[in-house]
Structures are given as structure tokens and as C-alpha cells.
Design a protein around this ligand. Structure first.
Ligand code: UDP
Ligand code: MG
Length: 239
């Protein structure tokens, strides 16, 4: 394997012991389809369950990052992206609600259309009604206020160029606004339908009621940040 991988798959997890073996198997299969070098970055967000760390497969390095305490999905994704070495970062959940096999088509769209981020759209969403309803309200409000017309910002499955991923700021709730943050930093974004499956094992780790309130407060911060973020990007150094 060359020292700098082409793909970094970043997966936040909190108490997902039952899901990790299958996740790693499926991500491994997906990276084989992409047929380039890759690393799998598993970010342990202060899990309290016990899980075995399988050895890296010969083809792909597995990196285990550990947060000092449970800090939330945004923090785990943020640290994972900061650690990513690949030219392209693939984000997905650990519970297998995302199908890793969708990632190659997101990446091909990003490459062929010269985009910086492609996010999945969960067309047939496998979540309870109230979750789907609150997401559709949140997506509509966000679209109106932030000029980000991504249909499903909450779908973790995304592919980003490393540069766009590294520009994402770290704050709780950030992961719900990744397309808006990337767009308002001057990058090009797109979206594509993906599968959404039932959780493979375990229960949702995200508190229901508080989420809507927090997301609304975060919107106010996003209104400010999306206008005040640097729009320019650092171009390649001329030698
Ligand atoms: N997660 C995390 N830290 C947390 C809560 C969740 O890293 O404090 C991870 C979780 O293990 C999963 C992903 O974030 O990989 C999405 O969480 P979950 O599936 O519970 O959320 P839902 O699909 O219900 O929105
Ligand atoms: Mg889930």
C-alpha cells in the first residue's frame, strides 16, 4: 500500500460493538470495488461497551481513534476527518443504515462533475414517522434560510474532497449542516439517491426531543457562520 491512501472512510461510533464486524466487512468490500488504496478510520466516541479490534486486512489499514469521552457524532466525525489522509473522505454511520456500496457512485459523481462534496439522499427512509417529519421540516427551513437546497442533509453517507473536509469547523451539531458549510465556504456540492436500511443491531444513540430544539438554535449560528466563513480557498503553491 502506498503511504498516502486515495480514500479515507471515516466512521463515528458509540456503543456499536455488534455492528462493527459487519461494518468493517462491508467497507472492506466497498474499497475493493473502488480498487484504489484506502484507510478505514473508526472513531470511538467514548463507547462503554466492549468490542474486539479486528486486525487490518492486508489491503486496507484500519485506524482506531479514541475520544476521551462521549462527545457526540459531530465531534467523532470532526476528529476522524482531521486525521484523514486520503484524497477523498467517505463518511458513514456505524449501524449499517447506510449501504457502503453506495459510496462508489457518489465518488464517481464527484469526480465526473468536478464537485467537492456529494451527499446521499435517503429516498426510502427507514426511520420512524416523527423522525422523517422533523427532518423534512428541518430541511425545508434550512433550504430557505441558508440557500442550501440539499434534500437530505442528515444522511451521513457523503463523499468529500479532503480539502473541503478539513475546512469543516468543530462544534456540536456541525454534522447536520455539512453541505451548507461546504457550500458557504465556496465549494461545489451535489446529491444522489442512496439506500437507507434498518439499523443492523442496537438502538439509536441520538436523543429524540432535544435534537429538534438544538437544530433550531444551531440554525441561528449557521445563519451567521455561512455568511462570515472565508469564501476563498488556498490554491496550490506555485514552485
Ligand atoms: N454516534 C456517535 N456518538 C454519539 C451518538 C452517535 O458517534 O454520541 C454515532 C453512532 O454510533 C452511529 C452514528 O453516530 O454510528 C449515528 O447515530 P445513530 O444511528 O444512533 O443515529 P440515528 O441513525 O438514529 O440518527
Ligand atoms: Mg442510525
Amino acid at each position: 500500500m502506498s503511504s498516502v491512501p486515495v480514500f479515507s472512510v471515516v466512521v463515528p461510533f458509540y456503543n456499536e460493538a455488534e455492528n462493527l464486524p459487519r461494518l468493517i466487512r462491508e467497507v472492506d468490500g466497498m474499497l475493493r470495488v473502488l480498487d484504489k488504496t484506502g484507510e478505514i478510520i473508526l472513531v470511538n466516541d467514548g463507547s462503554t461497551d466492549t468490542f474486539a479490534q479486528p486486525p487490518a486486512s492486508p489491503a486496507f489499514a484500519i485506524r482506531w481513534l479514541q475520544l476521551s469521552q462521549n462527545s457526540g457524532q459531530s465531534a467523532a466525525m470532526y476528529y476522524g476527518m482531521q486525521a484523514a489522509q486520503g484524497e477523498f473522505v467517505i463518511l458513514m454511520d456505524a449501524d449499517l443504515q447506510n449501504d457502503p456500496m453506495d459510496a462508489p457512485k457518489l465518488w464517481r459523481k464527484l469526480r465526473d462533475e468536478g464537485l467537492d462534496l456529494v451527499t446521499g439522499v435517503r429516498v426510502k427512509r427507514n426511520d420512524v414517522f416523527i423522525r422523517r417529519l422533523s427532518s423534512s421540516i428541518a430541511n425545508a427551513v434550512r433550504g430557505a434560510l441558508l440557500q442550501d437546497h440539499t434534500s437530505d442533509t442528515g444522511c451521513t453517507l457523503k463523499v468529500l474532497r479532503r480539502e473541503a473536509a478539513k475546512r469543516l469547523p468543530g462544534w456540536n451539531g456541525m454534522h447536520r449542516f455539512i453541505p451548507a458549510l461546504v457550500l458557504s465556504a465556496g465549494y461545489k456540492i451535489g446529491e444522489m439517491p442512496v439506500e437507507h436500511r434498518a439499523r443492523h443491531a442496537g438502538v439509536s444513540k441520538v436523543a429524540g426531543g432535544k435534537r429538534a430544539v438544538r437544530a433550531t438554535i444551531d440554525l441561528l449560528g449557521m445563519l451567521w457562520l455561512s455568511r462570515r466563513q472565508f469564501k476563498g480557498r488556498l490554491l496550490e503553491e506555485k514552485r
